[in-house]
Design a protein around this ligand. Sequence first.
Ligand code: Z5A
Length: 211
Amino acid sequence: MRRGLFVSVEGGEGAGKSSVIAAARATLDARGIPHRMTREPGGTPLAEALRALVLDPAHAGLTREAEVLMMFAARAQHVAEVIRPTLEAGSWVLSDRYTDASFAYQGGGRGVPVAALDWLEAFATHGLRPDRTILLDVDVDEGRRRVAGRGGDRDRMEQEDDDFFERVRRAYLARAAADPGRFRIIDAARPLERVVADVVAELASLADRWR
Ligand code: Z5A
């Protein structure tokens, strides 16, 4: 059986991942491509429990070491239980964030050394990388304005300051520049319809080549 494609969607706050993922799903449905949507941290009962812990503002004193280990513990379970079996069964996996988020948030944002992240990535995922990563890029001010407009409580990560999110954005862009074959950077500062149209076009072209 033909292996499914693994696509991740990444971006900083307010980049529009949720809206884009809904459109991506509709694109794959319309083409009859079997797929599973998932997210990180999360995607399995254990990983969702870790997500709740790691994003809970009550754990303000969580160390960066503990934080990165929780992200990768959740990911190891997610890869073993959901992502790899789904791909092997011939379905696509569309994940709202994956390992690049750890390089951006824990690496860029928190200063966890890249060598540690490289080791954790290899250990937790056994080298499973997305076939395509769509990076929605928007400047920090605009992204934060959008999230503020959405209302609701802010989780532990969202409570970080602008400098943190600037470092996250730079780390994402550096990672994309280092792996242009895998990444597609989409300018998410434009109106949502245009962002969605680019993502739909990218997935449609991937789907046509996969068939
Ligand atoms: N995290 C980590 O640190 N390390 C890791 O390894 C992983 C994750 C995997 C939870 O992720 C947190 O975990 C996240 C990174 C960290 N922390 N932060 N911050 P998440 O993905 O669940 O949470 P999130 O980044 O906060 O996602 P989000 O809030 O769902 O973002 P979004 O999906 O990009 O936003 P949205 O809801 O689609 O858009 C926000 C608002 O902007 C909404 O009202 C939209 O209508 C509006 N919007 C979106 N696009 C546009 C455009 N183009 N124009 C105008 N308005 C727009």
